[in-house]
Design a protein around this ligand. Sequence first.
Ligand code: B12
Length: 324
Amino acid sequence: MAAAVNRDGKNRRAKSAATPVAGPLSIGALSRATQVPVETLRTWERRYGSPVAVRKPSGHRVYPAAIVDQLRRVALLLSQGHRAGEILGLSIQELDALLSLLEPRGAGARPDPGAGPGEGGTGEHSIRSMLRAAGALDREALVRELRANWVRLGPLRFLQECAAPFLVEVGSAWHEKRCEIRHEHFASACVCGFLREVREPFDHDAAGSRVVAATLPGEAHEGGLLMACLLMAVRGHRVVYLGTDTPAGEIAAAAHDSSIGQVAVSISAAMPRALARRAVTQLRERLPRRVHLWVGGAGAPPAAKGVETFSTLSALDALLATQL
Ligand code: B12
């Protein structure tokens, strides 16, 4: 699950997923130990009756430390597409049996449910394998490598160390004529498909505020937007995905629904600076005052009144963590 990071992107893994935890635990401590957002823990309890908490006289939840190992396994299985309702009631042994069916990692070891942010990394070797797979238009091999990295790194590090650098590398390869347009299209289609697939179980369980996500007219790049959407869903936000090349009026109309708290927009380096600034200003003017406007991407204009600009996914993740 996502590493907890502060606004300047520094890792603050006081209790990472790999750290042994002593109980009893508050809901915040359980969330930090398992990287499952607090809001998600509450939703699971309401919907599925698990994890079970004892209530203090103050009403606050208290959990036994043993629940940490179980939830780390649950989190890993969710990232593989299992549904919360189907696995939350399972014993550790049953969860281990499901985990043993997962994709083998590296030289054949199976993913370690205790392995959190900080263990392993993607490395050039893996990016090179993905580039080779893209060159051969081999979807199976490319997705296998993406999945192995997703399991090993968790969402935030997967995006920062695997998906984003891979797409940047593909862009350079295309620019330097080391690959053709078909390879670039193929690679980005595989990554975008994978980002949608792994978001699905989080979307299913999300119960936080609703975020409209889109790119502005003329913007065809959706990788960055899908990455931001994955993080938002992991953090419990409900994503309303409008996709690329969306007229500002349509984005604004969607945001007028009272359930919408934020609009997230991604702008690539391909969009001229002046155009990006004008489009963002015009969108801000059309949005209800209460709706936050989050803008990210290599072509995002500098922050302006009523516009929050993110230069990294860590910064977004840090903000999302404070909203739990
Ligand atoms: C795939 C791709 C395409 C695909 C997109 C398909 C799709 N479904 O997305 C297609 C083929 C359509 C395409 C078209 C073009 N592309 Co293109 N493309 C790319 C490529 C390889 C990957 C894009 C991507 O997904 N990046 C995702 C991540 C890795 O980058 P990112 O957007 O900056 O996002 C990061 C952060 O900024 C942040 N973030 C992004 N959005 C948000 C939003 C929020 C809210 C937050 C918090 C954070 C956040 O998260 C990401 C992770 O760090 C890039 C290479 C690159 N360096 O990005 C070129 C690239 C962006 N393209 C480029 C160009 C030139 C074009 C075209 C003009 C080519 C042409 N002549 O037709 C067109 C323009 C199309 C248009 N109108 O927009 C150039 C831009 C260079 C420049 N400075 O102008 C690049 C950099 C390639 C290169 N090296 O030259 N492209």
